[in-house]
Design a protein around this ligand. Structure first.
Ligand SMILES: [Fe+2]
Length: 296
């Protein structure tokens, strides 16, 4: 199986495999110790969308006839055919059918899930493989880059191609970021300023790039080697230039926040009482009919 840049491959539990590379290569590996990767439930999307089953490819039968050290007089890859559906497979990320918000606000990032490995708790993933592919940004009245957030999943992000739109400097292809669960994070200051001032016309997002995320309900442990040699000690400084943009509210805005004047409030209270009397009446009727039913 030949896996090219911007493709992923899944090797199932218990399979023997080896990896050969052609020239200098880098890649990311995610190993799970429970369950299997599957396509996410599409819910209201329906039958088609996101990663479509037709785009997943499995290798054809093949064999090699040579002696391999540790296997006496044969190769572990001397199988000429197989029957079944437990196979390795690959998928080209360019085939992902992106779904996104087209009016305002953000859809949950789960719309970018390619594959998920579910735990025994419904809706909680051991690992999700999520991508942020080239797409259109069209939403109105919305800060379009990923919002500032903290959540109950650990997020390991990597970059396969190009520049990630929420952090254009300091995050190169082959690099990674890790935001462990409940750690606040979001776009860097440069991205915030740019996206806050840009006119909200339809624009292409992430052309020529491919960022991805391994998201897990578990915690990732960073090895001593990575901690000592690979951590960017200055990562936090990408948020330090974020400026306050608060302004003193105008008197009319203060009034709107404080709510209606006392005169108007009286009317509101009267209306609310009427509504609740109506409700009481309605419920009382229901209680009575309940008794009537019991009598029957
Ligand atoms: Fe995040």
């Amino acid at each position: 199986m030949l896996v090219e840049p911007n493709e992923i491959c899944v090797i199932q539990l218990g399979m023997r495999f080896n990896v050969s590379v052609m020239g200098e290569s880098r890649g990311y590996v995610l190993e799970v110790f429970d369950s299997h990767f599957i396509l996410p439930d599409l819910g209201p999307i329906g039958a088609n969308g996101l990663a479509n089953p037709r785009d997943f490819l499995s290798p054809v039968a093949w064999y090699e006839d040579r002696e391999v050290k540790g296997y006496e007089d044969h190769s572990p890859f001397d199988v000429v055919a197989w029957h079944g559906n437990y196979t390795p497979y690959k998928y080209n990320l360019k085939n992902f059918m992106v779904i996104n918000a087209v009016a305002f606000d953000h859809a949950d990032p789960s719309i970018f899930t390619v594959l998920t490995c579910q735990s025994t708790r419904p809706g909680v993933a051991i690992a999700d493989f999520v991508i942020f592919p080239p797409r259109w940004g069209v939403t109105d009245n919305t800060f379009r880059p990923p919002y500032y957030h903290r959540n109950c999943m650990s997020e390991f992000m990597g970059l396969i191609l190009g520049k990630y739109e929420a952090k254009e400097s300091g995050f190169m292809p082959g690099g990674c970021t890790l935001h462990s669960m409940m750690t606040p994070h979001g776009p860097d200051a440069e991205c915030f300023e740019k996206a806050s001032k840009e006119p909200l016309a339809p624009v292409r997002v992430a052309d020529g790039t491919q960022a991805f995320m391994f998201e897990s309900s578990l915690s990732f442990r960073v090895t001593d080697w990575a901690n000592k040699t690979k951590v960017d000690e200055n990562y936090y400084t990408c948020w330090q230039p974020l400026k306050k943009h608060f302004t003193q509210p105008t008197s009319s805005a203060v009034q709107a926040q404080e709510g209606p004047s006392k005169k108007k409030l009286k009317k509101v209270i009267v209306v609310l009482i009427c509504v609740s009397l109506k409700n009481v009446h309605y419920h009382w009727n229901r209680v009575l009919s309940g008794f009537a039913l019991c009598d029957l």
